[in-house]
Design a protein around this ligand. Structure first.
Ligand code: ADP
Ligand code: ZN
Length: 688
């Protein structure tokens, strides 16, 4: 038995093969409503990905298992009259939870999402202070209630302007809410959503995975008296499925989720909000490689509703769409509330005394802030202890056996780790080439800086925030809460630091080293770096204290840095877009990449040469399309597979699509097809 999805019906089939009977219908009502079906069909065409797999990837996991759509009752807790509150006198957690439940009955999901532990609930329940009931049947319909909002701010002039423009929009339109970090964009979203709720319409908010913290979610939960559901990776399959169904049945009013939440069935959707639209996590990196932001715009178009793309650093694609008049830009140039703008300085490392990657000048500034009991954030985009392990005698660099990449030394794990395939190796004692035992770790990583912070700053209470310290479920939230509670005063981490966090006591951001990222062969590298710098800078001075940003570099005259410092992100993005247009790179052209990989290099090259020769043979029919020679990926060998690619770019989307169709029609006929893996990726983020 296999699972099938009905996406249309017809009287007579033109399908040449055998047509299978339907054995059983699993759902009482369509899983996807017609706008979602239209969206998925469009996505299949746009990304040239098989329609069955597109639909399959959009299904909640629970439904992929031939499960029937079944609804469990929702647990709701309410306070009792007869419990003895003296029994929890000493438990702040219990008192806090009881207070919230007393305000109004709360669902188990609500309590979970605002960070109340199951233990606390159990305790209260065992003491008869709270009682549960199941509300699916008796659930009051949210759209029949008065929508009550709590703790909303009076919008300032710029916010109000944005709010009015978007709120007055009837029908489809894409707005770019371009506001510096802390300018009150979220406040605008919340008030727009309130208006939609009053019209009886639902709302969808997409956020990057890492931003979907309890802090973000509780801001929504605390604002509205309507059911809110979430779809993200730390929820179980069942919980995600529940959220999907609650939206579909209009039992929930707001869905907050990551990328895949876009494919939920939301019958009364009134507005879509994409927070941090520039974030690369909206791009699905494997399987059906779609960009959730771009698909969301299509969804808004299909549903004839407004969509808001919020960001402090619009992607170059979005800048291009603003320039072409496809998107309407609304700016918020000042920070909301009391916070000031940050003061940016460059530290020229060539003239500095440097201790463990930190210049004396930066150290002085850090000490000053620490003395004032402020917090400091340090960005270093390298995990691990040291970037490389090198033999001091012969210069041998320890490399991964499966990849063309050097190994990173991780001290906590005491292993050499490949950052491409995650293979772990014991730390060597001798050089395998010359036998010398002086093996030197070189290039600072976050682990190493963390180790030295306490010697450089005796009063430091440092913490590290990178993929290694946050990979365990819930560990990121523990760190975030501890930072909020001032348990730490120095936070060292990777680009993860730059994402959305709001710590009012952080007054200084130090960018330890970005020099290696200034030179890269990826045409998007400078865009990503500029966004990273602006976003991390936005973490400083979010409260009512002055914020400072220091950027350490050996090339202070690099055009990216000077443009960014003197003209800000706007000057950078204008230049970057112009450059892309001159070089006929996206977004001025449509780009796709044919990626081929396999374990046998000869066969991979054989296959891709055939593909290339085929492209040459049809070239004349596609005058607006160009393609590169077969190129080997930057790290050609990864996990013992050789990677090669061909770029395909066209001046028009239409011809691009036709050309790709043409290639796909013959893709199985090239030599060694069964020995290689190949795919065509449309609008790729990375070429290799
Ligand atoms: P963004 O989403 O642009 O980063 P937020 O909406 O998170 O900005 O706002 C940043 C801070 O300013 C928050 O603490 C928020 O409560 C506060 N804030 C937002 N709008 C206003 C306003 N109109 N008046 C006072 N404070 C505000
Ligand atoms: Zn490897």
């Amino acid at each position: 038995m296999v699972l099938g999805i009905i996406i249309g019906t017809c009287e007579q089939s033109s399908f040449p093969g055998n047509i299978k009977e339907i054995i059983e219908l699993l759902d009482d009502s369509p899983v996807f409503d017609s706008p979602t079906v239209d969206l998925l069909k469009w996505a299949s065409g746009y990304y040239h990905y098989p329609i069955g797999e597109v639909f399959y990837s959009a299904l909640p996991i629970a439904l992929k298992k031939n499960k029937k759509e079944q609804l469990k009752p929702v647990t709701q807790w309410h306070a009792t009259e007869n419990g003895d509150e003296k029994l929890i006198k000493r438990s702040a957690l219990c008192k806090e939870a009881l207070k919230i439940i007393k305000e109004s009955p709360r669902t188990a999901l609500y309590l979970k999402e605002i960070g109340i532990k199951t233990q606390t609930i159990k305790k209260l329940s065992s003491l008869n202070l709270i009682k549960e009931n199941n509300i699916r049947d008796t659930m009051t319909r949210w759209y029949d209630r008065d929508i009550i909002v709590t703790d909303s701010h009076t919008l300032n002039e710029e916010q109000l302007n944005a709010f009015n423009i978007i709120n007055n929009c009837r029908g489809f339109k894409t707005f770019v809410l371009h506001g510096v970090t802390g300018s009150g964009k979220t406040e605008v979203y919340l008030q727009l959503i309130a208006e939609k709720l009053r019209e009886g319409r639902q709302a969808l908010i997409l956020v990057p995975e890492i931003n979907l913290t309890p802090q973000t979610i509780s801001r929504f939960f605390k604002r509205f008296n309507v059911p809110i559901v979430c779809i993200h990776s730390s929820l179980s399959e069942t919980e995600r499925h529940e959220a999907f169904i609650a939206m579909k049945k209009n039992e929930a009013a707001i869905l907050i989720g990551t990328r895949s939440a876009l494919f939920s069935n939301i019958p009364n959707l009134g507005i879509i909000i994409i927070d941090e639209e520039h974030d690369s996590s909206y791009r699905q990196a494997d399987g059906f490689r779609y960009n959730a932001r771009d698909c969301a715009v299509m969804m808004a178009y299909i549903r004839k509703i407004p969509i808001v793309l919020g960001t402090a650093t619009p992607s170059i694609e979005t800048c291009y769409n603003i320039l072409r008049g496809k998107y309407e830009e609304i700016r918020i140039d000042n920070r909301a509330g009391a916070s000031n703008s940050v003061i940016f300085s460059i530290i020229d490392m060539r003239k500095q005394y440097i201790e463990h990657g930190i210049s004396r000048e930066l150290a002085l500034h850090i000490n000053e802030e620490l003395a004032k009991e402020h917090q400091v954030m340090l960005l270093l985009n390298r995990r691990g202890y040291s970037q490389k392990m090198i033999c001091h005698n012969c210069g041998f660099v320890f490399m991964c056996q499966n990849c063309d990449a050097n190994l990173t030394y991780h001290q906590t794990e005491n292993r050499l780790i490949c950052h491409h395939c995650e293979t772990r190796y014991p730390v060597p004692v001798y050089c395998p080439k010359c036998g010398n035992h002086e093996l030197t770790p070189t290039g600072n990583g976050t682990e190493q800086i963390l180790e030295h912070l306490s010697t450089i700053f005796p009063n430091a209470r440092p913490v590290r925030m990178d993929r290694d310290t946050t990979s365990k479920k819930g560990s990121l939230n523990v760190i975030l809460n501890d930072i909020s509670a001032n348990k730490y005063n120095i936070i060292i981490g990777t680009q993860m630091l730059a994402k959305g966090h709001h710590f009012p006591n952080v007054t200084l951001v130090g960018i330890i080293d970005i020099d290696s990222q200034l030179y890269s062969n990826n045409f998007r590298a400078s865009e990503n770096l500029a966004q990273l710098i602006v976003q991390i800078a936005g973490r400083a001075g979010r409260g009512n204290k002055q914020g400072y940003v220091y950027l350490q570099t050996h090339t202070p005259e690099h055009p990216l840095l000077t443009t960014l410092i003197n003209g800000g992100y706007d000057a950078f993005s204008q230049k970057c877009l112009l450059r892309r247009m001159n070089l006929k790179l996206p977004p001025a052209t449509s780009l796709a990449v044919l990626k081929v990989d396999g374990t046998d290099r000869e066969k991979v090259v054989g296959y891709i040469s055939d593909a290339y020769n085929y492209m040459l043979s049809v070239k004349n029919d596609y005058p607006e399309t160009t393609f590169s020679h077969p190129v080997s990926a930057f790290f050609t060998r990864r996990q013992n597979r050789y990677h090669y690619y061909i770029n395909i770019s066209s001046l028009t989307r239409k011809e691009h699509s036709l050309f790709i169709e043409k290639i796909i029609s013959v893709i199985n006929s090239f030599r060694y097809r069964s020995n290689v893996h190949c795919l065509i990726e449309v609008d790729p983020l990375n070429l290799d």
